[in-house]
Design a protein around this ligand. Structure first.
Ligand SMILES: [Zn+2]
Length: 210
Protein backbone atom coordinates (compact mmCIF):
# COMPACT_ATOMS: atom_id res chain seq x y z
CA UNK A 1 0.00 0.00 0.00
CA UNK A 2 2.84 2.33 0.85
CA UNK A 3 4.43 1.59 -2.46
CA UNK A 4 1.23 2.58 -4.25
CA UNK A 5 1.11 5.84 -2.44
CA UNK A 6 4.70 6.67 -3.39
CA UNK A 7 3.94 5.89 -7.02
CA UNK A 8 0.92 8.15 -6.99
CA UNK A 9 2.86 10.98 -5.46
CA UNK A 10 5.66 10.81 -7.98
CA UNK A 11 3.10 10.64 -10.77
CA UNK A 12 1.40 13.79 -9.50
CA UNK A 13 4.63 15.65 -9.19
CA UNK A 14 5.48 14.78 -12.77
CA UNK A 15 2.12 16.07 -13.93
CA UNK A 16 2.60 19.30 -12.04
CA UNK A 17 5.35 20.30 -14.40
CA UNK A 18 4.96 19.16 -17.96
CA UNK A 19 6.18 20.69 -21.13
CA UNK A 20 4.23 20.68 -24.36
CA UNK A 21 7.54 20.18 -26.05
CA UNK A 22 8.29 16.75 -24.57
CA UNK A 23 6.50 14.50 -27.05
CA UNK A 24 7.68 16.31 -30.15
CA UNK A 25 11.20 16.42 -28.75
CA UNK A 26 11.24 12.68 -28.13
CA UNK A 27 10.09 11.97 -31.69
CA UNK A 28 12.71 14.27 -33.12
CA UNK A 29 15.45 12.69 -31.02
CA UNK A 30 14.43 9.21 -32.13
CA UNK A 31 14.94 10.28 -35.74
CA UNK A 32 18.31 11.80 -34.81
CA UNK A 33 19.45 8.67 -33.00
CA UNK A 34 18.50 6.56 -36.03
CA UNK A 35 20.53 8.94 -38.18
CA UNK A 36 23.59 8.71 -35.93
CA UNK A 37 23.42 4.93 -35.69
CA UNK A 38 23.15 4.72 -39.48
CA UNK A 39 26.08 7.10 -39.84
CA UNK A 40 28.15 5.09 -37.34
CA UNK A 41 27.51 1.93 -39.37
CA UNK A 42 27.77 3.41 -42.86
CA UNK A 43 30.57 2.81 -45.32
CA UNK A 44 31.46 6.46 -45.87
CA UNK A 45 33.53 5.77 -48.95
CA UNK A 46 30.42 4.81 -50.92
CA UNK A 47 28.04 7.17 -52.66
CA UNK A 48 25.13 5.52 -50.86
CA UNK A 49 26.23 7.05 -47.57
CA UNK A 50 26.40 10.56 -48.96
CA UNK A 51 22.87 11.65 -48.08
CA UNK A 52 23.48 10.45 -44.52
CA UNK A 53 26.74 12.39 -44.25
CA UNK A 54 25.14 15.59 -45.49
CA UNK A 55 22.43 15.35 -42.84
CA UNK A 56 24.96 14.71 -40.06
CA UNK A 57 27.29 17.52 -41.15
CA UNK A 58 24.39 19.90 -41.55
CA UNK A 59 23.22 19.23 -38.01
CA UNK A 60 26.71 19.61 -36.54
CA UNK A 61 27.28 22.82 -38.45
CA UNK A 62 23.99 24.37 -37.34
CA UNK A 63 24.35 23.33 -33.70
CA UNK A 64 23.95 26.37 -31.38
CA UNK A 65 26.89 25.24 -29.23
CA UNK A 66 29.36 25.77 -32.06
CA UNK A 67 31.23 29.03 -31.56
CA UNK A 68 30.02 31.62 -34.13
CA UNK A 69 33.60 32.19 -35.33
CA UNK A 70 33.96 28.47 -36.05
CA UNK A 71 30.88 28.35 -38.24
CA UNK A 72 32.35 30.13 -41.19
CA UNK A 73 34.56 27.76 -43.11
CA UNK A 74 34.48 25.37 -46.02
CA UNK A 75 35.06 21.68 -45.54
CA UNK A 76 35.12 20.61 -49.18
CA UNK A 77 38.87 19.95 -49.39
CA UNK A 78 39.13 17.60 -46.45
CA UNK A 79 35.60 16.23 -46.45
CA UNK A 80 36.46 12.52 -46.51
CA UNK A 81 39.10 12.83 -43.79
CA UNK A 82 36.74 14.85 -41.64
CA UNK A 83 33.86 12.46 -42.08
CA UNK A 84 36.15 9.57 -41.24
CA UNK A 85 37.28 11.11 -37.99
CA UNK A 86 33.74 12.15 -37.02
CA UNK A 87 32.53 8.63 -37.65
CA UNK A 88 35.44 7.21 -35.67
CA UNK A 89 34.58 9.46 -32.74
CA UNK A 90 30.93 8.45 -32.83
CA UNK A 91 31.79 4.75 -33.06
CA UNK A 92 34.17 4.96 -30.12
CA UNK A 93 31.53 6.73 -27.99
CA UNK A 94 28.84 4.15 -28.75
CA UNK A 95 31.37 1.33 -28.29
CA UNK A 96 32.28 2.65 -24.84
CA UNK A 97 28.60 2.63 -23.86
CA UNK A 98 28.18 -0.94 -25.14
CA UNK A 99 31.34 -2.11 -23.36
CA UNK A 100 30.24 -0.62 -20.05
CA UNK A 101 26.53 -1.26 -20.20
CA UNK A 102 26.67 -3.80 -17.40
CA UNK A 103 27.32 -0.72 -15.21
CA UNK A 104 29.34 -2.21 -12.38
CA UNK A 105 29.71 1.25 -10.90
CA UNK A 106 29.04 4.84 -11.84
CA UNK A 107 31.39 5.75 -14.62
CA UNK A 108 32.25 8.96 -16.36
CA UNK A 109 31.89 8.53 -20.10
CA UNK A 110 33.07 11.80 -21.62
CA UNK A 111 33.24 15.46 -20.83
CA UNK A 112 32.82 18.65 -22.83
CA UNK A 113 34.01 22.05 -21.65
CA UNK A 114 32.46 25.33 -22.62
CA UNK A 115 30.20 27.87 -21.01
CA UNK A 116 26.48 28.07 -20.28
CA UNK A 117 24.69 31.36 -20.63
CA UNK A 118 21.21 31.91 -19.30
CA UNK A 119 18.91 34.32 -21.12
CA UNK A 120 15.36 35.55 -21.24
CA UNK A 121 13.73 35.09 -24.60
CA UNK A 122 10.96 37.66 -25.22
CA UNK A 123 9.90 36.10 -28.52
CA UNK A 124 9.11 32.72 -27.02
CA UNK A 125 8.30 34.25 -23.63
CA UNK A 126 10.57 31.67 -22.02
CA UNK A 127 13.91 31.21 -20.30
CA UNK A 128 16.68 30.17 -22.54
CA UNK A 129 19.88 28.38 -21.74
CA UNK A 130 22.72 28.11 -24.18
CA UNK A 131 25.87 26.05 -23.96
CA UNK A 132 28.72 27.15 -26.17
CA UNK A 133 32.13 25.69 -26.93
CA UNK A 134 35.23 27.79 -26.85
CA UNK A 135 36.51 29.11 -30.13
CA UNK A 136 39.07 26.87 -31.86
CA UNK A 137 41.90 28.07 -34.08
CA UNK A 138 41.56 28.06 -37.84
CA UNK A 139 42.39 24.63 -39.22
CA UNK A 140 41.29 22.91 -35.99
CA UNK A 141 37.59 23.06 -36.75
CA UNK A 142 37.38 19.28 -36.79
CA UNK A 143 38.04 19.26 -33.03
CA UNK A 144 35.06 21.52 -32.49
CA UNK A 145 32.87 19.30 -34.67
CA UNK A 146 33.92 16.20 -32.73
CA UNK A 147 32.86 17.90 -29.51
CA UNK A 148 29.56 18.88 -31.09
CA UNK A 149 29.12 15.22 -32.05
CA UNK A 150 29.73 14.24 -28.39
CA UNK A 151 27.26 16.87 -27.26
CA UNK A 152 24.62 15.87 -29.77
CA UNK A 153 24.79 12.27 -28.60
CA UNK A 154 24.39 13.43 -24.99
CA UNK A 155 21.37 15.56 -25.93
CA UNK A 156 19.69 12.68 -27.72
CA UNK A 157 20.30 10.24 -24.88
CA UNK A 158 19.20 12.77 -22.27
CA UNK A 159 15.90 13.52 -24.03
CA UNK A 160 15.12 9.87 -24.78
CA UNK A 161 15.89 8.98 -21.16
CA UNK A 162 16.42 5.23 -21.58
CA UNK A 163 18.66 2.52 -20.17
CA UNK A 164 22.26 2.27 -21.41
CA UNK A 165 21.50 -1.44 -21.86
CA UNK A 166 19.46 -0.61 -24.95
CA UNK A 167 22.65 0.01 -26.91
CA UNK A 168 24.37 -2.94 -28.51
CA UNK A 169 26.80 -4.13 -31.14
CA UNK A 170 25.78 -6.99 -33.38
CA UNK A 171 28.10 -10.02 -33.01
CA UNK A 172 27.41 -10.97 -36.64
CA UNK A 173 27.89 -7.74 -38.64
CA UNK A 174 29.58 -5.51 -36.00
CA UNK A 175 26.86 -2.88 -36.55
CA UNK A 176 25.77 -0.72 -33.65
CA UNK A 177 22.09 -0.56 -32.77
CA UNK A 178 19.73 0.43 -30.00
CA UNK A 179 16.63 -1.42 -28.95
CA UNK A 180 13.43 0.64 -29.32
CA UNK A 181 11.82 -1.44 -26.56
CA UNK A 182 13.06 -2.28 -23.07
CA UNK A 183 13.76 -5.87 -24.15
CA UNK A 184 17.48 -6.45 -24.60
CA UNK A 185 18.60 -7.49 -28.05
CA UNK A 186 21.65 -9.43 -29.18
CA UNK A 187 21.53 -8.94 -32.97
CA UNK A 188 20.99 -5.70 -34.87
CA UNK A 189 18.14 -7.06 -36.97
CA UNK A 190 15.95 -10.08 -37.59
CA UNK A 191 18.10 -10.70 -40.65
CA UNK A 192 21.33 -11.03 -38.65
CA UNK A 193 19.52 -12.98 -35.90
CA UNK A 194 18.06 -15.39 -38.47
CA UNK A 195 21.37 -15.84 -40.28
CA UNK A 196 23.15 -16.56 -36.99
CA UNK A 197 20.51 -19.13 -36.03
CA UNK A 198 20.84 -20.82 -39.42
CA UNK A 199 24.59 -20.94 -39.12
CA UNK A 200 24.35 -22.49 -35.68
CA UNK A 201 21.87 -25.05 -37.00
CA UNK A 202 24.20 -25.96 -39.88
CA UNK A 203 27.16 -26.28 -37.52
CA UNK A 204 25.18 -28.59 -35.26
CA UNK A 205 24.18 -30.73 -38.23
CA UNK A 206 27.79 -30.90 -39.39
CA UNK A 207 28.88 -31.97 -35.90
CA UNK A 208 26.24 -34.72 -35.93
CA UNK A 209 27.42 -35.99 -39.34
CA UNK A 210 30.95 -36.57 -38.12
ZN1 LIG B 1 23.94 -7.36 -37.56
Amino acid sequence: MNVNRINMMSENSVRYWTSKKSKAVVEERRVELDLLIDFANADITTVAGQHLQTRVLDHLHRHPALHPHNRDWKLDDQLTTMLGSLQQRLRSRIASIVENKQMLGEMRMWQISGSVSFRLNPIENRFHERFQLRKVKRGNEINALKKIMDLWLIEIIRDLDFSPRRFGQCPRCDGFFYSPTAKERVYCSTRCGGAARQEKFREERRAEDH
